[in-house]
Design a protein around this ligand. Sequence first.
Ligand code: ATP
Ligand code: MG
Length: 169
Amino acid sequence: MSGSGLPSVTIRSESAERTRAVGRAIARRLRAGDVILLHGDLGAGKTTLTQGIGQGLLVNGAVQSPTFILVDEHGPAPGGLGLHHVDLYRLSGPGQLESLGFDEYLDPHGAVTVIEWPERAGDLLPETCLAVTIGHEGDVRLITLEGWGDPGSTRRWLEGILEAVEPEN
Ligand SMILES: Nc1ncnc2c1ncn2[C@@H]1O[C@H](COP(=O)(O)OP(=O)(O)OP(=O)(O)O)[C@@H](O)[C@H]1O
Ligand SMILES: [Mg+2]
C-alpha cells in the first residue's frame, strides 16, 4: 500500500522483454474505457511497456514512439480492444490538446488509452485511471502501478498482478 492509502504494486524489471511481459499482464486486466498514465524520464521504458500492452491486446500494427504525431491508434483484434497510444512529449500547449480531441481519448469506446508524458496535460486527466511510474535503478527498472479513483477498477488492475506476470524462461 502506498502512503496515500491507495493500493500500489511495484514490479522489478531487468530487461525490456520483462517490461513487455508486465505490459502483457496489465493488458489481460483491461476493459474498454480504461486509461493508463505512464510516468517516467526519457528512456525509462514507457513505450516498451506499451508494446507489451499492445501484444497482450493483440492489436494491429507495431507500437512505436509516435514521432511527429501525438497519437497512434491501433485497431483491435476480432472481439478485442483497440489501443490509443498518446505521447504528449512534443505537445506545444493546451490549444493542441483541443485540436487533438484529447477529451475523446479520456473516454475511449471499445478501446483503452495509454498516455506517455501525461503531466503535459495538466489537470485534464480522468479521476479513475491506472498510473504507472517507471523509475531507474542502474539498469533495473522499478515499475510502480497505482490505481486512482474507482476502487473496483483499482482492484481489477492490481490484485494478483505480480503473480500474473509470465515467469521468465
Ligand atoms: N528493464 C527495462 N525496461 C524497459 N526498457 C529497458 C529496460 N532495460 C533496457 N531498456 C531499454 O531502454 C529503452 C527504453 O526506451 P522507451 O522508448 O521504452 O522509453 P520511453 O520511456 O518511452 O522514452 P520517451 O520518454 O523518450 O518516450 C529501450 O531502448 C529499451 O530496450
Ligand atoms: Mg516513449
